[in-house]
Design a protein. Structure first.
Length: 140
């Protein structure tokens, strides 16, 4: 099973992230997102950041998670290549704990691909079946 794949959207880019469970699919969504920004193969795991999110459903959780990744990218001037996600659901409320790993941006070392301006709710989906599939479109 592949971790993620991209699809074309006018002026934007979309991706599907896959996983055996919701945790793995969210981890692969993080990797797909940062592969849009730079080649994650060249991003060392020198620093880690931990955060938690609570949302009312799994689509909102996905949006909030990707927004948080983009926030840390922009505020900490970091690129990420390691994603460890744990998701729990209790009484319809979703809670995510994440540890993300990466390093400070160095455009002499890292490939400069596309800048992500925003995460969109447009066509965002979380499909939980034998394979969890996430659909995301980001604004470039």
């Amino acid at each position: 099973m592949k971790n993620f794949e991209y699809f074309d959207v006018t002026a934007d880019i979309g991706f599907y992230a896959f996983g055996k469970n919701l945790n793995e699919a969210f981890e692969n969504a993080g990797m797909a997102m940062f592969n849009i920004i730079s080649n994650t193969d060249n991003i060392d795991k020198e620093k880690s950041i931990e955060f938690e999110i609570t949302s009312e459903d799994n689509v909102s959780l996905l949006y909030d998670y990707l927004e948080e990744l983009l926030f840390y990218h922009e505020v900490e001037f970091m690129l990420f290549s390691g994603f460890n996600v744990k998701i729990d659901e209790t009484e319809g409320i979703y809670h995510l704990k994440a540890i993300i790993e990466g390093e400070n941006i160095n455009w002499d070392k890292h490939e400069r691909n596309s800048e992500i301006k925003a995460i969109t709710f447009h066509q965002m989906e979380v499909d939980i079946s034998d394979v969890v599939t996430l659909k995301v479109i980001v604004d470039l």
